[in-house]
Ligand binder design. Structure first.
Ligand SMILES: [Zn+2]
Length: 206
């Protein structure tokens, strides 16, 4: 799914000059560690692109990858140790990207459709109006019961948008996906005061 219509790029090994596959971090011939390449966060952690990744799966993938690329494993080669440090930073970045719903949806979108730009997505006036209303409401919540109702409402909306996103990825519908992502981002922004980042657990119950 993720490689649909995309050419498979290669790299030239810095040590033996043989050609390697873009997604591998080691040369297939001399086994030397390679410099960091621009790849999708899912690919970097060896995960199938999906909205539904449990924290456990993500942690496991991250730990495995950091074990393989740990600089301590390359004490006999300065060049490889430098690359290992870069690989570790790239792995941290990929982990952070996939940990939070808001950045995970973008990585998923980009893995399937290519670069995402929020400016190209046109939201309907109706949707923007609804968001402004919600924002206004959020500022005036005082009673705990009011707050609870409000956040329940937002969570319900988020689950709907997650359903739309899932459908968009399945149907390979770029427009629907981009629109759903924008809505998702607005809605998750509204609840960042409630809990730092909205985890992607709801989607697994759809
Ligand atoms: Zn090589």
């Amino acid at each position: 799914m993720s490689n649909q219509g995309k050419p498979l790029f290669h790299f030239i090994c810095w040590n033996c000059q043989e050609i390697g596959l873009k997604h591998s971090t080691f040369c297939g011939f001399c086994k030397k560690l390679q410099p960091v390449q621009e790849i999708n966060a899912f690919t970097r952690l060896g995960l199938e692109p999906s909205l539904e990744i449990s924290n456990e799966t993500l942690e496991t993938a991250y730990i495995q990858a950091t074990n393989v690329h740990h600089p301590d494993r390359f004490i006999h080669s300065n060049q490889e140790r430098t690359y290992a440090q870069d690989q570790m930073s790239a792995l941290n970045k990929a982990y952070q990207t996939l940990k939070y719903g808001r950045t995970r949806v973008i990585a998923l979108y980009e893995g399937i459709f290519g670069p995402y730009s929020s400016e190209t997505v046109i939201c309907t006036d109706f949707f923007l109006e609804a968001i402004f209303d919600l924002q206004e409401k959020a500022m005036h919540l005082t009673l705990p019961s009011e707050k609870k109702d409000f956040y329940d409402q937002i969570h319900t909306r988020i689950r709907l948008v997650e359903g739309e996103l899932k459908e968009a990825f399945q149907e390979y519908d770029l427009q629907l996906a981009a629109r759903a992502i924008k809505q998702y981002q607005y809605l998750t922004k509204l609840i960042t005061t409630e809990n730092d980042e909205y985890p992607f657990h709801a989607v697994t119950n759809l």
